[in-house]
Design a binder for this molecule. Sequence first.
Ligand code: 6PG
Length: 249
Amino acid sequence: MIRCYHTINELAAELALEFRQFALNALAGNRKVSIAISGGTTPRAFFEQLAWIESNQQQAIPWSMINLFWVDERCVPPDHADSNYRMTRESMLDKITIPAENIYRIHGEANPSDEARRYAKIIESIVPSLEGIPQFDWILLGMGDDGHTASIFPDRMDLLTSSSVCEAVTHPAKDSNRVTLTGQTLLQAKKISFLVTGATKSIIIRQILNKEPGSEKYPAAYIHHRTSCDWLLDKQAAQYLKIQCRDKY
Ligand code: 6PG
């Protein structure tokens, strides 16, 4: 399903309401759900909307029903400017009532390979598996200007078929280390939502969603071509697609 919004804030506001309903359904079913979120810059508006719901809406989000994981993390301390955890903490975690024990941070300060092993064990102990692969209830992904997703970059397509739950990887352009979920873990999820905004991604979005020849070189395309994904785009990112942007809901 592809949804286009006039602005990132409209995208974030609607996704936050969808997230709340997802959590309320978990409460109604009395079953905790495991959600993995991405970092970078796009999700910030979404996280801020979730924090806003917490402080402004009658019907709060039952955070006790959510185990929160990360799709990837930069190998830096949690208070570093590049830390995905820090971005999430500042935009949301410090403003919501999620139990601390429900937050499963990737330890960016640790040795990358050791942390990939530790995090995989944590995931395997908390997230129910299907055919031996942990199955997240919902994974929220971003996409880089080069078509990467999570921290699976085009020069490491092997991570898409790795038999590990997560792996340590080096960012090709920044020579910085990361820990990332692998392709098999992403593909096992019950629900995947890509949040992509900005004109710089519009050509790759067109190539991937139209399944154009050559799009397979993008890790985000690999995921899209192998499972059902929702795409939440702003007008700039969707400019080459023949879809209508949703009016304010
Ligand atoms: C990260 C993310 C990464 C991100 C894309 C898009 O750690 O950077 O997990 O996969 O989703 O790079 O980033 P932007 O949202 O900043 O464009």
